[in-house]
Design a protein around this ligand. Structure first.
Ligand code: GLA
Length: 531
């Protein structure tokens, strides 16, 4: 009997371990972009010479091999002039020919150079008439550096120049009191048309600093198949007009502030990511352990990893921080979910858990925000794992960490964190639900799941199995209990059934939780597995 019980227990456990991982079932999703951006270090003094230097440094260091491929030109590349036909006029001195036969003042020069290194190129504009260059900065103010009224031509021009990525800021939109959800959707459609005409993809970076909650409307906006949206203000404090570069300093406080503002686990999934801003790691202002913590925080958030430092000046330790493959693997995990806070050991002592695509695996950050070293502890059950035995690795040291009976404890230094990767078993109770009502393939269709069991006050991970036979992604509105709505994007699956992961709060007692997917259009939602 005893043996039989044990057999049943291990069979249930095995079911738990098989269900979430069947990796071939996961829809393939775009992972958070990795690269470099000019803004944090160069502000509006960006030009061809410094972009060439940075691209070269990325190419010649380990950064490119580690996955940092985007070289993004931020504000300052354009002074707001257009010719009589409305085409952007580029300053010939800042963007001269690089190779013989090229024309001065043609942005495709720098794109060709970046591409010649095997890297990708990013460009920048604003959704309004004016861009952010009207604000005080290192250089003089420039007006009309926005694309409003020229969406069609500008995004087509970016694609024709060969850019692979476009960041769209909100200074003009904000000034004119425009609705970001409307403008960014219109821009997404202009991008799609430019892509269709040129056959060239533009990754979409929405930068409205979290105004009007892009986490609720960003996924699949205007038909976009991938995007990031900024969730807060700038991580680097504004510079004094005419001030030197050294004014642009990183701060521990701003790093945590942006990490906190970025906490929208209900939104991040399927290739659509919250963006806490470009990193300040490696810039003056953070010490060695704060640099590592910065990388841990961004990886836990599955944030875009965009380096803001001057790459030519990085020391060996900082380069090693940026290129740590175990940390990058956490950021780039195939489930595409961000870490959720699962507990506190006291004020400022937080336990964060990131659900990973491989069954029974979690990344965990024990975060000490305080000025004192602190003993911290956590149990596997806080992470939704079962089993006393687990492999625990301290990600930064690479050492196996000591864990006993489903429990881990350690002293975490002040202003620091311990990043762990844990391999154990999923808790055996995995609940599978099928819809109670569904009408498919009609715009306005609704799929209802009711009587879902409570999973505690925190976040549940939900594997949605669905089918989307159309060539485009589908975007579905989701309401869970009485929480605010959000959007779930579902990439095409052909005739196969695939799955994507989302996170929701099933916080009603008993079996009184419900999830309603509406406006489901192209996607048939077949079932939910709740963890
Ligand atoms: C805004 C953005 C920054 C940067 C600057 C450029 O503040 O949030 O990331 O692009 O504009 O002016």
């Amino acid at each position: 009997m005893e043996t039989w019980n044990r057999w049943i227990a291990s069979a249930i456990l095995a079911m738990g371990t098989i269900l979430p991982s069947s990796a071939q079932e996961l829809a393939t999703i775009p992972l958070p972009p990795m690269g470099w951006s000019s803004w944090n270090s160069f502000s509006n003094t960006v030009n061809s010479a410094n972009v060439v230097e940075q691209a070269k440094a990325i190419h010649e260091s380990e950064l490119q091999k580690a996955g940092y491929v985007y070289v993004n030109i931020d504000e300052g590349w354009w002074l707001g002039d257009r010719d009589q036909q409305g085409n952007i006029v580029v300053d010939a001195k800042s963007w001269p020919a690089i190779e013989p036969g090229e024309r001065d003042g043609d942005m495709s020069n720098i794109v060709r150079y970046i591409h010649s290194l095997g890297l990708k190129a990013g460009i920048y504009t604003d959704a309004g008439k004016d861009g952010c260059s009207t604000y005080p900065d290192i250089g003089p103010a420039y007006f009309h550096t926005g694309s409003e009224g020229h969406y069609e031509e500008d995004f087509l021009r970016f694609a024709e120049w060969g850019f692979d990525y476009v960041k769209v800021d909100w200074c003009g939109g904000y000034k004119e009191n425009l609705d970001p959800a409307v403008q960014y959707a219109e821009i997404a459609r202009a991008i799609a048309r430019a892509e269709a005409k040129t056959g060239h993809k533009l990754y979409y970076s929405i930068c409205d600093w979290g105004k009007q909650s892009p986490s609720t409307w960003g996924a699949g906006i205007g038909g976009a198949s991938q995007a990031i949206w900024r969730t807060g203000g700038d991580i680097v404090a504004p510079v004094v007009v005419g001030g030197p570069h050294t004014e642009r300093k990183a701060s521990f406080e701003a790093m945590l502030r942006n990490f906190d503002a970025n906490y929208h686990p209900e939104a991040e999934h399927t290739g659509f990511y919250n963006d806490p801003d470009m990193m300040v790691l490696g810039m003056p202002g953070l010490n060695a352990s704060e640099n590592k913590l910065h990388m841990s925080l961004w990886a836990m958030a599955a944030a875009p990893l965009l380096i803001g430092a001057d790459v030519t000046k990085l020391d060996a330790n900082t380069l090693a921080d940026f290129t740590n493959s175990d940390v990058i693997a956490i950021d780039q995990d195939a489930a595409g979910l961000q870490a959720v806070k699962v507990g506190e050991n006291g004020p400022g002592l937080e336990i964060w858990s990131k659900f990973l695509a491989r069954s029974g695996e979690r990344a965990v950050l024990l975060l000490n925000r305080t000025y004192f070293p602190a003993p911290m502890h956590m149990d596997w059950k806080d992470l939704g794992l079962s089993g006393d035995h687990a492999e625990v690795k301290d990600v930064w040291s690479g050492d196996p960490a000591v864990a006993v009976n489903g429990h881990y404890e350690a002293t975490v230094p002040a202003h620091d964190g311990i990043l762990l990767r844990i391999k154990s078993s999923e808790a055996p109770v995995v609940k599978h639900y099928t819809p109670v009502s569904q009408s498919n393939r009609m715009s306005g269709a609704e799929t209802h799941f009711v009587h879902l069991a409570q999973t505690g006050s925190g976040w549940s991970q939900i594997k949605i199995s669905y089918r989307n036979a159309s060539p485009q992604g589908a975007v579905v509105d989701l309401h869970t209990n009485d929480h605010g709505g959000t959007r779930v994007a579902m990439p095409p699956t052909g005739n196969a059934t695939r799955s994507v992961w989302i996170q929701v709060q099933l916080d009603q007692p008993g079996n009184e939780n419900r999830m309603v997917f509406s406006n489901s259009g192209r996607a048939s939602i077949l079932s939910l597995d709740v963890y």
